[in-house]
Design a protein around this ligand. Structure first.
Ligand SMILES: Cc1ncc(COP(=O)(O)O)c(C=O)c1O
Length: 383
């Protein structure tokens, strides 16, 4: 039997309705959307429809959405694109220390190209403090890039407040929304952002497709040079099949978000309640209030995450730290939150999804409680 899947923040399966929408573009409609004949018109219409579906979900115009290969490309395009296009205005970027490598590594590379980057610290919940953004802003700052919600602990950042500060100082605001879309409301005007990255495989669309929202008037240097696809923003023949999938997935989110959100919260809360009842010293990571409804990052004191994972044979989840012979490698997010090492080393992330059932959660609780008790006992004997 397959393990119970509790790793939806890593990736999601393709929703059956998404797969169904894609099928005609796998079997039948193959035209190049740039071709003027009927074959091309059919796929061009499909890409247009998908763009409308994304725009509907985000609350923007269709011309403000471009399709990319995923969250990593969207982040690269937004950050490198702004730093290149606004180089004459300034050469400083502000980001946070809890971003995904798809932001952090872009910033590190830009530093090798002469840009200055400020990596803001976070509090023990993993949240950025808006006054610290204000303090870091200079007349040279062209971009503030702060993720909407964290992939490891689920903390939701005070984006609207941060965006207001950035705009007051003349900087643009980008957010990596790879983890928030489909779990909490994401509207570009409510968040007051100029650029927003989306990753298809986190929201029940296929892997290898994503999108970037670019507010009207924002300039970006290109990543991909070539023909004039995607309204001139990104060259390359469109990935029609996956674009149709992403469009359908976003349409479903637009129509069903409250139901999706409450299902996630019910499953996640049941898991946390079950674990807390049996493991009194359980440490729950992330902001207790402003947290993704599906994410449960928990730390088991003095236990080793990978040992626990290897014994949790019936579950698929992720570790927040790796123990080596001479040292413990804690994830950069937990390190930035200054989680004490004896907790950080035993951190596991369980992330529930649309298809998680109550039975799966109850089974998971039993298995986790059993494995944790066994590990604690083994440790006592070892002591
Ligand atoms: C917060 C965040 N940003 C970006 C990415 C990268 O997205 P993709 O896998 O589509 O390149 C991920 C995926 O792990 C993520 O969790």
């Amino acid at each position: 039997m397959s393990p119970i899947y509790l790793d939806y923040n890593a990736t999601t399966p393709i929703d059956p309705q998404v797969a169904e929408a894609m099928l005609p573009y796998l079997h039948q409609h193959f035209g190049n959307p740039s071709s003027s004949h009927a074959y091309g018109q059919t796929t061009a219409d499909a890409v247009d429809r998908a763009r409308d579906q994304l725009a509907g979900m985000l609350g923007c115009d269709a011309e403000e959405v471009i399709f990319t290969s995923g969250g990593t490309e969207s982040n690269n395009h937004a950050i490198k694109g702004v730093s290149g296009a606004y180089r004459q205005r300034g050469n400083h970027i502000i980001t946070s220390s809890v971003e995904h490598p798809a932001v952090l590594e872009v910033c590190r590379w830009l530093e090798t190209q002469g840009l200055r980057v400020t990596y803001l610290p976070v509090d023990s919940f993993g949240a950025v403090d808006p006054p610290q953004v204000e303090a870091a802003l200079t007349p040279e700052t062209v971009l503030v890039s702060i993720m909407h919600a964290n992939n490891e602990v689920g903390t939701i950042q005070p984006l609207r407040e941060i965006a207001a500060i950035a705009h007051h100082h003349g900087a643009l605001m980008h957010t990596d929304a790879a983890q928030s879309v489909g779990k909490i409301p994401v509207n570009v005007d409510d968040l007051d952002v100029d650029l927003l990255s989306i990753a298809g495989h986190k929201l029940y669309a296929p892997k290898g497709i994503g999108a970037l929202y670019i507010r009207k008037g924002v300039r970006l240097e290109k990543l991909m040079h070539g023909a004039g696809h995607e309204m001139g923003w990104r060259a390359g023949t469109e990935n029609v099949l996956h674009t149709v999938g992403l469009g359908q997935a976003c349409q479903m989110i637009h129509e069903n978000l409250p139901a999706y959100g409450s299902h996630l919260a019910r499953m996640r809360d049941r898991l946390e309640k079950g674990l807390s009842q049996h493991i009194p010293d359980l440490w729950i990571n992330g902001d207790p209030e402003n947290r993704l409804p599906n994410t449960c990052s928990v730390s088991f004191e003095n236990l080793e995450a990978n040992t626990l994972l290897s014994q949790l044979e019936g579950l698929a989840a992720s570790a927040g730290a790796a123990c080596h012979a001479d040292r413990v490698e804690v994830s950069s997010v937990l390190a930035a939150m200054a989680l004490p090492l004896h907790y950080a080393m035993g951190t596991l992330r369980f992330s529930v999804g649309r298809f998680t059932t109550q039975e799966e959660i109850d089974q998971a609780v039993v298995e986790i409680v059993r494995v944790v008790a066994r590990q604690k006992q083994a440790q006592e004997v070892g002591d």
